[in-house]
Write a protein of this length. Structure first.
Length: 207
């Protein structure tokens, strides 16, 4: 199966639900280019295994027959195979020490690494990067962290109702929680000690 790509199961973080290739793209790859896809099974991925099967992918653990393997985050050195091409965020371009063993293993095995961060246009601008949804996730994490920090300071706010971004099933559920927090703040206000010019200072919150 030389004309195929592999899609790795993400396991660096227990909450990682992203996938580099969606079922719709898998259908297009086969229909337009006759390229098959092998997808490692995952119980946490945003798209369940059944959707990949329905799109025509093979779902199995073994990706050793795939010339090219796509992932999101770093691949552990002991899971790399000789001669394969790997495409993912490797976090090595700044010489990050914790990923040097992985990079050395790639070199030793004669593999090719294509880092999303180095896919750029003629002016050096990145073409693959975190987009709108990453910004939304960052906003949720910021509001969650603020709520927790205030709670630690002994200040109760509606922000404590929010959860980590990865704990929401979808964007609609997250937006509903933010809306409820907003409505509570509109109705009841915020504690006086966190209002401008009052008790808690910005340096205190960021300490």
């Amino acid at each position: 199966m030389s004309r195929c790509i592999g899609v790795r199961r993400e396991d660096k973080s227990a909450w990682e639900r992203r996938v580099p290739v969606t079922p719709r793209v898998i259908e297009e790859l086969w229909r337009e280019h006759k390229i098959r896809t092998i997808v490692q099974p995952s119980s946490i991925r945003a798209f369940p295994d059944d959707e990949f099967l329905a799109a025509g992918a093979v779902v199995q653990d073994d990706l050793s027959t795939c010339p090219v393997v796509f992932a999101i985050k770093e691949i552990p050195p002991d899971l790399l195979h000789p001669g394969q091409v790997y495409v993912y965020f490797s976090h090595v371009i700044k010489g990050q020490p914790h990923n040097m063993p992985m990079l050395q293993r790639i070199l030793d095995l004669g593999c090719t690494l294509i880092d999303y961060e180095k896919v750029v246009d003629q002016e050096g601008r990145r073409l693959i990067f975190f987009g709108w949804h990453a910004g939304v996730a960052g906003m949720l994490e910021t509001l969650w962290a603020l709520g927790k920090r205030l709670e630690w300071e002994g200040v109760a706010t509606p922000l404590t109702r929010l959860r980590h971004a990865y704990e929401y099933h979808d964007l609609a559920e997250a937006k509903e929680d933010v809306r409820r927090a907003s409505e509570a703040i509109k109705a009841d206000g915020l504690p006086a000690e966190i209002l401008p010019g009052q008790g808690l200072s910005i340096p205190s919150l960021c300490a």
